[in-house]
Design a protein around this ligand. Structure first.
Ligand SMILES: [Zn+2]
Ligand SMILES: [Zn+2]
Length: 304
């Protein structure tokens, strides 16, 4: 494990992340781009979106997080805190989090919204019996999990960080052509401060919500990690809770207009959907670099 203050991407994929043995292996076996990424290997292979903040914090924890820790030489015992953005399976996977926590000799502190709190309580109480097709009591709940509920726009201390949750435009059920909008779950982005530096963790978000933008405008960011799920695919992702490059350009213009971006701000695109990603990483990264944007890949490390 590298010493000092840094962040390292444990995963940069979308919901169609790569993870040996995961549900996605079967689901995407006929998807040409997903399979092409596997064939190309290297930076084209993306685990579920997750970020290690040295020395002791992980943001979101999916199926592949443990394998990435091992790959990058981060000892599991170093991890004391999990910060969860929302309950989609590529960010919050209790069946991966529980055995991870159980293997630690200290409490694992999990921070998330009330749905994350309730989901953990439920999974601690029940487990699925696939033979009987019903929930049964979980006879062996994990004892060293501590859950803390976070509140929108209320900063809290998390180890060496000051963290402020803001509302993301995500997990919203809406009919494209109707006045129907149901926030199914509060999905969070995080403003993360340490030693005078500020990072925005903005994955799983569509166009920034007006009140969130107003709140964010209090800050000038050193690093912004933004959702680029659909890359330059010519689809309309506005209803999906994600961005493509064109939508991100609009958001960046708003951030610049609000003076949130400095000339030296590091802009990182992540949460990249493997099955829509065109073309391969090196080509896409080179093109984005000309616009001053870093295309994330698993293992990417930045000072913070
Ligand atoms: Zn996601
Ligand atoms: Zn999501």
């Amino acid at each position: 494990m590298k010493q000092g203050k840094y962040i390292q991407f444990l995963g940069t994929g979308g919901g169609d992340y790569h993870a040996p043995g995961s549900v996605n292996e079967a689901a995407y076996k006929d998807d040409p781009k997903y399979m092409e990424a596997l064939r190309l290997g290297g930076k084209n292979i993306r685990s579920s979106a997750s970020l290690f903040i040295a020395p002791d914090i992980i943001v979101d924890f999916g199926e592949g997080a443990r394998a990435r820790l091992q790959e990058y030489g981060i000892p599991e015992r170093a991890v004391r805190h999990l910060l969860i953005t929302h309950g989609h399976y590529d960010h919050f996977f209790p069946a991966a989090i529980f055995p991870f926590a159980a293997a630690l000799d200290h409490p694992l502190r999990v921070y998330g919204n009330t749905m994350i709190r309730d989901a953990i309580a439920f999974a601690q109480t029940y487990r699925w019996d696939n033979t009987r097709k019903r929930h049964i009591l979980n006879s062996r709940p994990v004892t060293n999990l501590r859950v803390k509920t976070v509140v929108l726009e209320k900063p809290f201390r998390l180890s060496s960080l000051r963290v402020t949750p803001v509302l993301a435009a995500h997990f919203i059920n809406r009919q494209m052509d109707k006045e129907y909008t149901i926030l199914e779950q509060q999905a969070l982005n995080y403003i993360i401060e340490r030693d005078g530096k500020t990072l925005f963790y903005g994955l799983d978000c569509s166009y920034t919500l007006p009140k969130t933008l107003e709140f964010m405008a209090r800050y000038r960011f050193d690093i912004m990690i933004l959702d680029a799920s659909y890359c330059d695919l010519a689809v309309d992702p506005t209803g999906t809770g994600h961005h493509n490059y064109a939508m991100l350009a609009e958001d960046l213009a708003e951030y610049r207009g609000a003076n949130m971006i400095k000339p030296e701000t590091i802009l990182v695109y992540s949460h990249l959907s493997t099955s829509t990603m065109v073309p391969e990483h090196e080509v896409a990264a080179e093109r984005l670099a000309k616009q001053g944007i870093t295309l994330a890949y698993d293992g990417l490390t930045l000072n913070f």
